[in-house]
Structures are given as structure tokens and as C-alpha cells.
Ligand binder design. Structure first.
Ligand code: ADP
Length: 189
């Protein structure tokens, strides 16, 4: 299965993506995780990405697209993948589409986790206290949400028009949300 999971920062995408990818036996590909791994290893990509991440801005499309292209051509993605945090811009949607169609592939579904904005802010503030992520400060959280609603939320309409989008309520216990995702995908897992 080739899946994308979308939703605002703090919607619980990452948490759900790990569980769902495990159930489906496909790799979980989080662009945020790959950027953070590069930041902590001090690679050139990490140094570049950190400037944007710490400001709550998106890393430029050229950088992000090249990184995803590299990851999706690895062997473990042949039978499928779950993309978490990509695509996030119109250009990334086009790039993913081009990558897949060049390989004779297409997406099977796009899951949008919906969560109201007050809940999302509360979760991010809590995560800031627990994990100390450098982009979880109040100003940066506000900027990340703005960027999401300007650039990424509208992408769901594109996927909806293609009949790929399924919306899942992201509120409630982790297991309850997972069960909703699995049910929405109409798969046995
Ligand atoms: P969240 O969704 O909670 O903001 P992520 O871990 O998905 O967290 O992303 C953290 C940061 O990594 C983003 O704010 C952005 O700077 C960068 N990033 C992740 N994915 C992308 C992407 N597809 N395009 C551009 N920047 C990205």
C-alpha cells in the first residue's frame, strides 16, 4: 500500500504513522524525522534544514524533494510506504506524482487527521515540555500552524478531487484513532 498521512502539527500524525506502518508492514517515512536525524548528525542537509525548521518554515522544495526521491528509490519501498509529512506543498504533490508515475505506481489513499486548533496547540505545548524539540516554542508553533493552513491544508482538496482522501477524527485515545484509520482504509490489519 502507498499511503500519505496529513494533518496539522500536533495532530498525532507521527504517532499514528508508526503504528499503522507497522501493521501494514511498510516503511514509515517521516521527512521531519529524516531532517532531525541529519540535524543531529551535523550533515550539510541538516545544517541547511535546521535554519528553516527552527523558524517554523518549510525546508525548500528542491531540498525536500531530492531527499524523498532518494528514500523512495530504496528497496524497502518497492511494496509500499507510508509518507508522513510529505507532500506539504503544491510542488511536492506534483513531484511525488511524477516520481510514482515514472515507476508505474500511484497512491492508494491519503489520510487526513482532523483535530481542532485548541487541542493541537495544547498537545504541542505539552510536547515542548516533555521532549524539548527546538521548534516547539510558542512563536514557532504559531508559525508552523500558519504555514500548514496556508500551504498544506489546501492540498487535501486536490486529493479529495482525485477520490483518494479519507478524513479521520484525530481526537481521542491513540488506539481509538488507529482503529479509525484502519477502518477508513478498509483493510485487515
Ligand atoms: P510537525 O508536523 O509537527 O511540524 P514534522 O516533524 O513533520 O513536524 O516537521 C518538522 C519540520 O520539518 C517542519 O516544520 C519543516 O520545517 C520540516 N519539514 C518536514 N517535512 C517537510 C516537507 N515535506 N517540506 C518542507 N519542510 C518539511
Amino acid at each position: 500500500m502507498r499511503l500519505v498521512i496529513m494533518g496539522p502539527p500536533g495532530a498525532g500524525k507521527g504517532t499514528q504513522a508508526v503504528v499503522v506502518a507497522g501493521m501494514l508492514g511498510v516503511p514509515h517515512i517521516s521527512t521531519g524525522d529524516i531532517f532531525r536525524a541529519n540535524v543531529s548528525q551535523g550533515t550539510a542537509l541538516g545544517v541547511e534544514a535546521k535554519r528553516y525548521m527552527d523558524a517554523g518554515e518549510y525546508v525548500p522544495d528542491g531540498v525536500t524533494n531530492a531527499m524523498v526521491r532518494d528514500r523512495l528509490t530504496q528497496d524497502d519501498c518497492r511494496a509500499g510506504f507510508l509518507l508522513d509529512g510529505y507532500p506539504r506543498t503544491v510542488e511536492q504533490v506534483g513531484e511525488l506524482n511524477a516520481m510514482l508515475s515514472a515507476a508505474g505506481q500511484s497512491l492508494d489513499a491519503v489520510v487526513e487527521l482532523t483535530v481542532d486548533i485548541d487541542e493541537v496547540v495544547a498537545r504541542l505545548v505539552k510536547r515542548a515540555q516533555e521532549q524539548g524539540r527546538s521548534d516547539d516554542t510558542e512563536d514557532v508553533i504559531r508559525r508552523r500552524l500558519e504555514v500548514y493552513f496556508e500551504q498544506t491544508a489546501p492540498l487535501t482538496a486536490m486529493y479529495e478531487a482525485q477520490g483518494l482522501l479519507t478524513r479521520v477524527d484525530g481526537l481521542g485515545a491513540i488506539e481509538a484513532v488507529t482503529a479509525r484509520i484502519i477502518a477508513a482504509l478498509a483493510i485487515d490489519a
